[in-house]
Design a protein around this ligand. Structure first.
Ligand code: G3H
Ligand code: 13P
Ligand code: ZN
Length: 312
């Protein structure tokens, strides 16, 4: 099947009490690892591309890699999404360039400016058959060149969500309930806890409306240890507990964003490979196990965290 939007995926996910995985793609091995895992578990999937990914790999290469994944995996629904669209122009370029979904991230703007920007993107996107994710509330952590400290982050205010969704016409809403971007989400020794009370309140105010969680990597300690054992230094890297993500997926959360876990799997595997094979220099030799470990990690997410296996 051709690329799809997220509309049907989210409808079914909301009803079925599961979430769709939205995985960031930056190169061929990542696209392959993710989509092979999805095909083998019959899971719908969102492949997402950030501004940084477009700068690194170029729009055409990325869309063609995703096109190849669609051809190779004809039985699973795949959506191509712009992650953290920073402005109207970037969103327009992705809408014109074959994406089926875009995020406009006006979360750092005052409420009315966020509404105005999101509404403009929604009008253009909907005219072109593309859906839009917008965001209210600010996550902590690092994304692109923006680093938001825990002090500057702010939870979504449930009392604002109905007005925001009505005025913008957005198709899904990313909210801040304690997740954060990157591999250092919580201070070592503290107990990670998402604000399910906020999620519940949002769900009450927007019944049936798909909610998105960014910053939802779990930072598997297996890969952190692999990195640290083989020459890396990532002390205190901690992610969101998987049980809490599973709980969110049973509620109104229909899309869960995962990027850092892919990076950890890839980097850990390559570091280990280099340490064990110091004389190897063929990239295929170390990228192959990296792709395999991405695939295994994604399979685990689809089955044990998102619950979207068998839903394609
Ligand atoms: O939330 C951001 C994603 O992890 C993308 O990261 O901007 O470094 O590609 P990036
Ligand atoms: P992580 O850094 O937790 O993987 O979050 C990814 C994300 O939110 C992409 O938009
Ligand atoms: Zn994000």
């Amino acid at each position: 099947m051709p690329l799809v939007t997220t509309t049907e995926m989210f409808k079914k996910a909301y009803k079925g009490g599961y979430a769709i995985g939205a995985f960031n793609v930056n190169n061929m091995e990542i696209v392959q690892g993710i989509t092979e895992a999805c095909a083998e578990t019959r899971s719908p999937v969102i492949l997402q591309v950030s501004k940084g990914a477009r700068a690194y790999a170029n729009h055409t290469y990325l869309t063609k890699l995703v096109e190849a994944a669609v051809i190779e995996n004809p039985d699973i629904p795949i959506a191509l999404h712009l992650d953290h669209g920073p402005d109207f122009e970037t969103c327009k370029s992705c809408i014109d360039g074959g994406f089926t979904s875009v995020m406009i991230d006006g979360s750092s703007l005052p409420f009315d400016e966020n509404v105005k920007l999101a509404k403009r993107v929604v009008e253009y996107a909907h005219d072109h058959g593309v859906v839009v994710e917008a965001e209210l509330g600010t996550l902590a952590g690092i994304e692109d060149e923006v680093n938001v400290s825990a002090e500057d982050s702010s939870y979504t205010r449930p009392e604002e969500v109905e007005e925001f969704v009505t005025r913008t016409g957005c198709d899904s809403l990313a909210i801040a309930i304690g997740t954060s971007h990157g591999a250092y989400k919580f201070k070592p020794g503290t107990k990670p806890q998402l604000r399910f009370d906020i999620l519940e309140e949002v769900e009450k105010r927007l019944p049936g409306f798909p909610i998105v969680l960014h910053g939802s990597s779990s930072v598997p300690q297996e890969f952190v240890e692999m990195i640290n054992t083989y020459g890396g230094a990532m002390p205190g890297a901690i992610g969101v507990p998987e049980e809490q993500l599973r709980e969110a997926a049973r509620m109104a959360v229909c899309k869960i964003n995962i990027d850092s876990d892919l990076r950890l799997a890839m980097t850990g595997t390559i570091r280990k490979y280099f340490a064990e094979h110091p004389d190897h220099f063929d990239p295929r030799q170390y990228l192959k196990p990296a792709r395999e470990n991405i695939k295994a990690m994604v399979k685990h997410k689809l089955i044990d965290v998102l619950g979207c296996n068998g839903k394609a």
